[in-house]
Design a protein around this ligand. Structure first.
Ligand SMILES: Cc1cc2nc3c(=O)[nH]c(=O)nc-3n(C[C@H](O)[C@H](O)[C@H](O)COP(=O)(O)OP(=O)(O)OC[C@H]3O[C@@H](n4cnc5c(N)ncnc54)[C@H](O)[C@@H]3O)c2cc1C
Length: 380
C-alpha cells in the first residue's frame, strides 16, 4: 500500500490550493452575504481544467483520475464550500454524459459543460414529491415527431439558472418506478425551460439553487442519454461518484474548521494563557484532526477504487456518511472553540457551520447512505 501522492496528483493539489487560496477564499464571505453566483471564478476554474477532471481531453476535459479530483475538490471546499458544490455537480454531469453518451453526444455536449461561457452542468432529479424516493418522480417526456416534449417540475436544482446543459430525468412509460424513467440533456435557453424560485438557503449561499418547470419543453430526439426507459441507472451511477464528491467537500470544510480552530486556540487568551493550553480545547482539536484523517482516508479509498475500476458504491456511501456526519461535529466544535465570537458573522466558522449542514442531506441523506450500505451487506 502506498499512501504517497503521485507527482501528478501533488501537482494538481498544489495548483488548486494556490488558486483556491488566492481567488476563492477571499470571495467566500462576500458570496455568503450577497448570494452572488461566482460565475467569473467558475470560468477561471474551467480554464484550469477543474470542471471536467474525469472526462477525456478530446471533449475538453482534463482527465486526472478520481483521486486527484477528490483532492482538488477538497482544496476548493476548504476555501469556498459554495464553489465546490458547483464543481462537484458539474464534474458529475460531464462524467455521466461521457459514460452513457454516444460519440456524437459527447462531442456536442461535454465541451459546453466543462468550458465556454457557462461551464456548468445541472443534475435534475429531485421533485417536490420525490426526494429520497427518486424513482417516484413524475415529470413526463413524450415523443412527438423529431422531438421529445418534457412537462413537469424539479426542485432544489443546484446552479440550475446558470447551467449550459441540464441532465433531466423524466418518465417515458407507465412501467412502475425506476423501469419507466429516461434521461435527457436540455440546453440552457431551450423554450419551455423555466427557471423558478431561488431557494433562500441556510448555507452554500453562493450556490444558486432553483426550481425548474418544463412547460412543453421540446428537445431533439438525439438528446436522450442512454436507453429509453433505462435512465434511472444513470442517476444511480452518477450519484455513486457524486458521493465521493460530497465526501471530498466535507473533508475540505473540515480542514478549514481545523485550521481556524488551531489558529484561534493559539491566539485567544483567557485566564492568562492561550485557550489551546486547556485540555478541553485540546480534546476538541484532537478529535477534529482524528476524524478528519478518518474521513480523508475513507474518501480517498473510495476514489482509488473508482479510479482503478473496482466496485466502489458501498465505499462511496460509507465515505459520504462518515465525512458528512464528522464535518458537522467538527464545525460545531469550531464554533465552541471560538466562543461567542464563533456565533457572529465576523468569523468564518459561523459560515462553515451553516455550509457543512447540507452534506448529510443532499446526494442522499445519511439515512439513505445507511440503507445503501446495509442492503449491500444483507442482500449480497
Ligand atoms: C442545497 C441543496 C442542493 C441540492 N441540489 C440538488 C441537485 O442539484 N439535483 C437534485 O436532483 N437534487 C438536489 N437536491 C435535493 C436533495 O438531493 C434532496 O433534498 C435529498 O435527496 C433528500 O430528499 P428530500 O429533501 O425530499 O427529503 P425526504 O426524502 O423527504 O426525506 C425526509 C427525511 O426522511 C428520511 N427518509 C426518507 N426515506 C427514508 C427511508 N427509506 N428510510 C429512512 N429514512 C428515510 C430522510 O433521510 C430525511 O431525514 C439538493 C438539496 C439541497 C438542500
Amino acid at each position: 500500500m502506498d499512501w504517497n501522492l503521485t507527482a501528478d496528483q501533488q501537482m494538481v493539489v498544489d495548483m488548486v490550493r494556490d488558486f483556491a487560496t488566492n481567488e476563492l477564499k477571499p470571495l467566500a464571505a462576500h458570496l455568503d452575504r450577497t448570494g452572488e453566483f461566482p460565475l467569473e471564478n467558475l470560468r477561471k476554474m474551467a480554464a484550469l481544467g477543474l470542471m471536467g477532471m474525469n472526462v477525456p481531453a478530446e471533449y475538453g476535459g482534463s482527465p486526472v483520475g478520481a483521486v486527484a479530483f477528490s483532492l482538488a475538490l477538497s482544496e476548493v471546499a476548504r476555501a469556498c464550500a459554495s464553489t465546490s458544490c458547483t464543481m462537484t455537480v458539474t464534474n458529475m454531469v460531464a462524467e455521466a454524459i461521457n459514460h452513457f453518451g454516444t460519440e456524437e453526444q459527447r462531442l456536442a455536449f461535454i465541451p459546453k459543460v466543462v468550458g465556454g461561457d457557462y461551464p456548468i452542468g445541472s443534475f435534475c432529479l429531485t421533485e417536490s414529491q420525490s426526494g429520497s424516493d427518486a424513482a417516484a418522480l413524475s415529470t413526463k417526456a413524450v415523443r412527438d415527431g423529431q422531438s421529445w416534449v418534457l412537462n413537469g417540475s424539479k426542485i432544489f436544482i443546484s446552479h440550475g439558472a446558470y447551467a449550459s446543459v441540464l441532465v433531466v430525468w423524466a418518465r417515458t412509460s407507465d412501467a412502475p418506478k425506476a423501469k419507466g424513467i429516461s434521461c435527457f440533456m436540455v440546453e440552457r435557453g431551450t423554450p419551455g425551460l423555466i427557471i423558478g424560485k431561488h431557494e433562500d438557503k441556510m448555507g452554500l449561499r453562493g450556490s444558486n439553487t432553483v426550481s425548474l418547470t418544463f412547460d412543453n419543453c421540446r428537445i431533439p430526439l438525439g438528446n436522450l442519454l442512454g436507453e429509453e426507459n433505462g435512465g434511472f441507472k444513470i442517476a444511480m451511477m452518477a450519484l455513486d461518484g457524486g458521493r465521493i464528491g460530497i465526501s471530498s467537500q466535507a473533508v475540505g470544510i473540515m480542514q478549514a474548521a481545523l485550521d481556524l480552530s488551531v489558529e484561534y486556540a493559539k491566539i485567544r487568551q483567557q485566564f492568562g494563557q492561550a485557550i489551546g493550553r486547556f485540555e478541553a480545547i485540546q480534546w476538541m482539536i484532537a478529535n477534529m484532526a482524528t476524524e478528519l484523517e478518518a474521513a480523508r482516508s475513507l474518501t480517498l479509498r473510495a476514489a482509488w477504487l473508482k479510479e482503478n475500476r473496482q466496485p466502489f458504491s458501498q465505499e462511496a456511501s460509507m465515505a459520504k456518511l462518515y465525512s458528512s456526519e464528522a464535518v458537522n461535529r467538527a464545525v460545531k466544535n469550531a464554533v465552541q472553540i471560538y466562543g461567542g465570537y464563533g456565533y457572529t458573522k465576523e468569523y468564518p466558522v459561523e459560515r462553515l457551520f451553516r455550509d457543512a449542514r447540507v452534506t448529510t442531506l443532499y446526494e442522499g441523506t445519511s439515512e439513505i447512505q445507511r440503507l445503501v450500505i446495509a442492503r449491500q451487506l444483507i442482500e449480497e
